[in-house]
Ligand binder design. Sequence first.
Ligand code: ATP
Ligand code: MG
Length: 405
Amino acid sequence: MTDTVDDVDLPYDENATSQQEQIEVLQERLEVLESQNEEMRDRLLDANAENNKYQQKLERLTHENKKLKQSPLFVATVQELTDEGVVIKQHGNNQEALTEVTAEMREDLAPDDRVAVNNSLSIVKRLEKETDVRARVMQVEHSPDIAYEDIGGLDDQMQEVRETVEMPLERPEMFEEVGIQPPSGVLLHGPPGTGKTMLAKAVANQTDATFIKMAGSELVHKFIGEGAKLVRDLFEVARENEPAVIFIDEIDAIASKRTDSKTSGDAEVQRTMMQLLSEMDGFDERGEIRIIAATNRFDMLDPAILRPGRFDRLIEVPKPDYAGREIIFRIHTRKMNVSDTVDFEVLAELAEEASGADIKAICTEAGMFAIREDRTEVTMTDFKEAYDKLQRTDETDVTDSLAFA
Ligand SMILES: Nc1ncnc2c1ncn2[C@@H]1O[C@H](COP(=O)(O)OP(=O)(O)OP(=O)(O)O)[C@@H](O)[C@H]1O
Ligand SMILES: [Mg+2]
């Protein structure tokens, strides 16, 4: 097959035969070579055709692979491993289905496992055990105490939160006698580090109600139906533990204005919010459940969440004013060994744009200055230097959480 014309031995003895004979033999040889060539060309064509076929198959598989990776995945629970395949139950519509899996996948699976399935209900992967919402309830019960005294400069806001959350739970008869429905939800909004999360936690410690905390970001999941299921779980746990307060921190993660992008992730966030809205709409029959939400992106919220019957109390938690800043300085230095030179009024004036979190940072940093110089008493100079230092870091790092002007 690898013969080329150069390699071919001349099929005659050059000296012995006549020219005529030589020509004939050569012609014969040529014919043979031509027919061989023909055959080779045929084979090449066949091989090309084969190659094309494989190329197409490869493309198809690559495409399919990509589609499998991209298309939204649904969550299902394994019900049973049978000879014909695996019986799964889809979350959301509760439909059972039989699906085939590879032998390796099958070894991994057991009834009650949660799996991600694609559009055609093939199992794509096994999911880790979900952290139970119930476990989180326990977590909150043991959370470190934050009392109302730890919060500075938010007296009005505190009053309002207590009115809407604590009062209806502790003295429901008051509302009955007056004849009004207590508001079901409050939304705390304001710049970062102003004490919104603190306020909610303080309420949690004050009431005997079960306090269920969930961050908006925890509700955002990759898998279709997962976020909505968590929201349902959340309210179910609340109903089982009435009276209960549900606290959704950073609610903007699931309740942002609809964006134009049409990615499946966005759609999932939308679904989660719809579930939240529908749970809140069914509140009246829900008995003693209150809901507190917090956000520092009020401007981003979907107006749907602000409709009456949902969060009908909007409480702004602003940066502290002068008096507030002084109180917050006092709160965060309560346990510090502060020298008599420290003047909180001056500090409150100095840190004009500081939030509660900023003030806490200043106090900690002031303590650090003392420690660096091997002193146990924190002086006014320490506070001033701490303020300067934090303001400098803020200038160089725009994304820093410190929000001085
Ligand atoms: N009004 C305040 N009084 C006392 N301390 C405060 C106050 N506001 C904030 N702090 C301090 O700042 C920290 C952060 O506050 P918190 O987590 O409540 O802020 P936030 O408003 O929830 O912020 P974000 O919007 O970023 O979630 C608190 O742990 C506390 O130490
Ligand atoms: Mg917060």
